[in-house]
Design a protein around this ligand. Structure first.
Ligand SMILES: *Cc1c(COP(=O)(O)O)cnc(C)c1O
Length: 388
């Protein structure tokens, strides 16, 4: 990556940690082996796989066999939601609950179950702060509810959800609870017992690991219909030859993220506070989206009245600053973020919001550079296209 680049899009993906690459190297450059082969090359691969599973289980405080390695966050989420739904359908459990602010991997997996498999779905609302209210969950649970899926922290606003409370409500009613914890590693605790979750999804590239590898934590005894059928890998929960290099990288990255979490979060908190305070002080008609107290330290989603985010992103990109609108644009048409709309922002407010996500390489001087540039860019855009 260009040295002068100011990369503030860590919620989209993070650079590979050199220590992680080093751990992966033997499996990238030499024989990576097939963990199902009985000869010595296969046994070495199986040993690496077992070690990675144990290291990962240590961070999540679970048993190694409760971990299913997958091809990333979207796959883990699809396996969790479709896997539990399909396993419980025969018992008449045909209702699912989630929230309006989930990642599309969750929302579109649910759409699929509604469209093709006859399930019904309730999406819980959020308030202006971006949080789900546990009272709404308690009211939404029905006798036929199979699973509740609410994300740990939102990828657009960084707002942290009360998942421990939500999971406890589910368990009182005999309902399973999954959380999309993709944004959590390195910033929030991942002890699955303390959290009380039954299923939890992660993806390595959001915590300085490689792209295309993830995991699903699956509490022992949780019913799950596999979504990829084939060989007996991953205890028949996910067929296919294991991505040994990727899994070794995931385990290393997760171990580092957890051990550096206290210092990492303190640094990110100071930097994002500086960014938020600086923007609010220097730019009139700007605001922070989402609850400031219940927020990942690495994400600041800021709104600017009378601004088109896309124009601002392009101007920032010209100055070497990478940020994001936090929402994907579908086939060229710029849709306002479903997360911000669900929080009660108007389409104009949502379209004037921008996500800065900070990471390990972010420095104070980068934030100062951004704070020097941003007020002028916003003023420039407002001058060209004054507010209606
Ligand atoms: C990135 C992300 C995903 C998807 O993960 P992939 O590895 O890209 O499939 C899911 N949920 C959240 C909250 C994310 O930020």
């Amino acid at each position: 990556m260009n040295d002068r680049l100011i990369y503030l899009d860590h919620a989209a993906t993070t650079p590979l940690d050199p220590r992680v690459l080093e751990a992966m190297m033997p499996f990238l450059t030499g024989m990576s082996g097939n963990a199902s082969s009985i000869h010595q090359v296969g046994r070495a691969a199986l040993q690496a796989l077992d070690d990675a599973r144990e290291q990962t289980a240590l961070v999540l405080n679970c048993q190694p066999k409760e971990i299913v390695f997958t091809g990333g966050g979207s796959e883990s989420i699809n396996l969790a939601i479709k896997g539990v739904a399909m396993a419980l359908r025969a018992q008449g459990k045909t209702h699912l609950i989630s929230s309006a602010i989930e990642h599309h991997a969750v929302l579109h997996a649910l759409d699929y179950l509604v469209e093709y498999e006859g399930f019904s779905v309730t999406l819980l609302p959020v308030d202006r702060s971006g949080r789900v209210n546990p009272v709404d969950l308690a009211a939404a649970i029905r006798p036929e509810t199979a699973l509740v899926s609410v994300m740990y922290a939102n990828n657009e606003t960084g707002v942290i959800q009360p998942i421990t409370e939500l999971a406890a409500i589910c368990h009182e009613r005999g309902v399973l609870f999954h959380t999309d914890a993709v944004q959590a590693p390195g910033q929030l605790p991942l002890d699955v017992h303390a959290l009380g979750v039954d299923l939890l999804s992660l993806t390595a590239h959001k915590f300085y690991g490689p792209q295309g590898v993830g995991l699903l934590y699956l509490r022992r005894g949780t019913p799950l219909a596999p979504q990829i059928n084939g060989g007996a890998q991953e205890r028949r929960r996910r067929a296919g030859t294991e991505n040994i290099a990727g899994i070794v990288g995931l385990a290393k990255a997760l171990t580092i993220a957890e051990s550096e979490r206290p210092s990492h979060t303190a640094r990110l908190r100071a930097l994002s506070d500086c960014l938020i305070d600086g923007v609010l002080a220097r730019i009139p008609h700007s605001w922070l989206n989402g609850d400031r107290a219940h927020r990942l330290p690495g994400i600041a989603n800021l709104g600017f009245a009378c601004i088109e985010t896309e124009s601002l992103l392009l101007l920032l990109d010209q100055r070497g600053i990478c940020a994001s609108s936090g929402s994907a644009c579908t086939s060229g048409s710029l849709e306002p973020s479903h997360v911000l709309l669900a929080m009660g922002l108007s389409p104009d407010e949502a379209n004037g919001s921008i996500r800065f996500s900070l990471g390990r390489q972010t420095t104070e001087s980068q934030i100062e550079t951004l704070l020097d540039i941003l007020p002028d860019l916003v003023a420039q855009l407002r001058a060209v296209a004054p507010c209606a």
